[in-house]
Design a protein around this ligand. Structure first.
Ligand SMILES: C[S@@+](CC[C@H](N)C(=O)[O-])C[C@H]1O[C@@H](n2cnc3c(N)ncnc32)[C@H](O)[C@@H]1O
Length: 262
């Protein structure tokens, strides 16, 4: 993710604004509800080690540590988000269970077979297709045999609309490099990961975006006391665009579950 995109997209005030409707610690569609669903899909037990790649403001890591007893490493390329997540971890007294590090997912150097599970939630869309392939290959190396990997992410559905200048301008401005389902299937098979489940979550994503816009607009006066009008307007247009492209059927969240074979 370029510094420009990071500064525009994950600026502290914007994070504060998003956490008002997704909940503290959550920056992606569904917030805590999605977190609970992903945690259940990982089927972890106390003491399992998890790598949360693109850990943001820390909600997933805290949830897994507090509710499952997992030992979680969160990595994120944004220094302000890592600092925020570390402060929250200290305040919660979770430093023995949760570690946050500033890392670019393209340069991970964890020892082989160190994690029972690896999670990408709203993060891998920020690396291009070649990097995505090598990130997943490295993720395979870091997983223990039998370990699971989840991607909950924006996926592109090829159509005439994805070749329009409007779509290209949109994904460029957002710093997105959306893969298609077949890109992921190829990456998984070339890295050795076995794809167990794929679900398209378009209805959920459309409903979430519409609800988010409704919350933003109906709580405008309250929110604007805490974040600038500019940030609030930017957040509204951010979700309007998300809703538009999801309704067009070309870009919305999907869920993929894969496993490193035993
Ligand atoms: C939409 S947020 C999701 C955060 C969190 N997973 C959640 O769902 O609340 C995407 C996150 O990916 C991080 N990110 C983007 N590119 C990255 C990279 N190359 N390496 C590590 N983290 C990255 C961003 O800084 C941001 O925190």
């Amino acid at each position: 993710m370029s510094q420009l995109v990071e500064a525009a997209t994950y600026a502290p005030e914007w994070v504060r604004c998003v956490e008002k409707f997704y909940g503290v610690g959550f920056l992606s569609a569904g917030g805590k509800r999605t977190c609970q669903d992903l945690a259940q899909r990982l089927d972890l037990k106390a003491g399992d080690s998890v790598l949360d790649i693109g850990s943001g403001s820390g909600g997933m890591a805290f949830y897994l540590a507090e509710n499952v007893g997992a030992v979680v490493t969160g990595v994120d390329c944004s220094s302000s988000l890592v600092t925020l997540a570390k402060q929250r971890s200290e305040m919660k007294g979770l430093d023995d269970k949760v570690t946050f590090m500033q890392r670019d997912m393209r340069n991970l150097d964890f020892p082989p077979q160190s994690f029972d599970a690896i999670l990408f939630w709203g993060s891998i869309v920020h690396v291009n297709i070649d990097d995505c392939r090598s990130v997943l290959r490295r993720a395979y190396d870091c997983l223990k045999p039998g370990g699971k990997l989840i991607i909950q992410e924006l996926i592109k559905f090829e159509s005439v609309k994805t070749s329009t200048p409007e779509f290209k301008e949109y994904i460029c401005r957002m710093g997105y490099y959306p893969s298609t389902y077949s890109d992921y299937a190829k990456h998984f098979s070339s890295s050795g990961l076995k794809l167990l489940e794929f679900e398209q979550r378009r209805d959920f994503y459309i409903q979430d975006s519409a609800e988010t816009l409704d919350k933003l607009k109906s709580n405008w006066d309250e929110i604007v006391k805490d974040v600038s009008k500019d940030t609030l307007e930017r957040t509204v247009s951010f979700w309007e665009e998300k809703l538009y492209w999801a309704q067009e059927g070309v870009l919305y969240f999907c869920f993929l579950l894969a496993q490193r074979p035993l």
